[in-house]
Design a protein around this ligand. Structure first.
Ligand code: 48F
Length: 264
């Protein structure tokens, strides 16, 4: 069989368009394919929830592949070891009782498992706005190509509708920022706004992340480092148990909300 360049191009554009159309009306839209977003996607998709991640970068993994200061190893505490095992991520127990894992393997496993559970990831797309309707709840995302942003082009975006949105955009907590900056929305945080992350303190940061992982605005759940940044808690650096546990927790919160939601 002769390889035809145009057939290849047709297949790519048709397959992409079909998947993107599928992604336009979904249960949960997740901003960011870092560890917390991909863990959340896995736990949602395996329950049959239509879940899509929109990721700005070319590659998935967020801050995980970089390990600590480019030493590409992550540390995970005992409480999250079961999640490493569930994703098939090999780890080594150290004499301190912490586990180490290869940060590249961990990122790849999170991505593969989330997708094989049924989640879809669109890379190279940036969330630039949220969709809000009369009930004043986040009901979708507004997207554009990252390349459009990088080139500073004036190109209008496209929208996707979602029953729930998870902000897993990391330190920048970009979706929460949109809600506060554009809509002057009051978040469920101590001061009603984005409290801002505090300096590195793994012990406190990893403890608080679970209570910080919650719905902070109608229709908007916050996960991972964004949860700590929004709630004014410390950062934790290259320990990743909290990211995995927070992703799982965000999925549980979303599942509860979806169950109690009145069908529209
Ligand atoms: O930063 P990131 O890895 O977030 P996370 O899941 O994990 C945090 C850790 O990596 C580390 C840490 C923990 O130990 O402190 O930093 O909370 O992944 C966030 C992803 O979101 C993407 C970004 O490219 C990254 O891959 N992202 C950020 N803003 C947007 C976005 C946006 N507006 N649209 C789409 N993707």
């Amino acid at each position: 069989m002769q390889l035809d360049d145009v057939t290849i191009s047709r297949l790519i554009t048709r397959s992409f368009t079909e998947s993107f159309q599928e992604a336009m009306d979904i249960d949960v839209a997740i901003g960011g394919a870092g560890p917390s977003g991909m863990a959340a996607a896995y736990y949602l998709a395996r329950e049959g929830v239509k879940t899509v991640i929109f990721e700005r970068a070319l590659k998935t993994g967020g801050g995980m592949p970089g390990g600590g200061m480019m030493f590409n190893t992550i540390v995970v505490q005992e409480s999250a070891k079961a999640i490493l095992d569930e994703f098939g991520i090999r780890s080594c127990e150290s004499e301190t009782g912490y586990f180490t894992a290869d940060s590249v393997e961990a990122s790849a496993a999170l991505c593969l498992k989330a997708m094989q559970a049924g989640a879809k990831i669109f890379n190279l797309m940036s969330i630039e706005d949220v969709m809000i309707r009369e009930d004043d709840r986040v009901s979708g995302l507004v997207l554009n190509w990252t390349a459009v942003h990088m080139a500073g082009l004036h190109v209008d975006p496209l929208s996707v509708r979602a029953k729930l949105v998870i902000d897993a955009t990391g330190h920048a907590s970009e979706i929460c920022h949109i809600v506060v900056d554009k809509l002057h929305g009051r978040l469920d945080t101590e001061g009603g706004g984005i409290m801002g992350e505090k300096s590195m303190w793994a012990e406190v940061a990893e403890q608080r992340i679970m209570e910080n992982t919650r719905e902070v605005y109608p229709g908007l759940i916050v996960a991972g480092m964004a949860a700590n940044a929004v709630c004014g808690t410390h950062r934790m650096g290259p320990i990743f148990g909290g990211m995995l546990l927070s992703g799982k927790r965000a999925a549980e919160v979303a599942l509860e909300k979806l169950k109690s939601r009145v069908p529209s």
